[in-house]
Design a protein around this ligand. Structure first.
Ligand code: THU
Length: 130
């Protein structure tokens, strides 16, 4: 699948990120099963630990609009290399999006695609709570 539009939206979302303290800009865009895209940038707080990553912000936007099924998430930063989702975001991607494509995009618009289970092997999940 061609993720050009999705990666474009992640790169664009980077522009509205608010990394006041780290100055590390991240954009994320999540694709629903009915081909809608929700995007967001990271948002930081002066109480640093209250910062919210771009990935979780985009996913929570989609969930809060009633979306429940996802196909992919794209993550963009200004790195030459690829910005990989943090551990907390991997957990949330696994819990709320399931086994999807995680599309990393660098500033040259090159991509690398991983599956959720590659990013978070041996995951704790809702199965464990049954
Ligand atoms: N950040 C993200 O938004 N996503 C990632 O995948 C890695 C880190 C944010 C959190 C914080 O605002 C800044 O990048 C530096 O850690």
């Amino acid at each position: 699948m061609d993720y050009k539009e999705l990666t474009g939206k992640a790169l664009k979302a980077k522009e509205v990120s608010l990394p006041t303290y780290s100055n590390f800009h991240v954009g994320a865009a999540v694709l629903t099963d009915n081909n809608k895209i929700y995007s967001a940038g990271n948002i930081e707080s002066s109480s640093y630990s209250l910062t919210m990553c771009a990935e979780r912000t985009a996913i929570f936007k989609a969930i809060s609009e009633g979306e429940r099924k996802f196909k992919a998430i794209a993550i963009a930063s200004d790195l030459d290399g690829f910005c990989s989702p943090c551990g907390a975001c991997r957990q949330v991607i696994n819990d709320l999006c399931g086994e999807i494509d995680i599309v990393l995009v660098n500033k040259n618009k090159e991509t690398k695609i991983y599956k959720t289970s590659e990013m978070l092997p041996h995951a704790f999940s809702d199965d464990d709570l049954k």
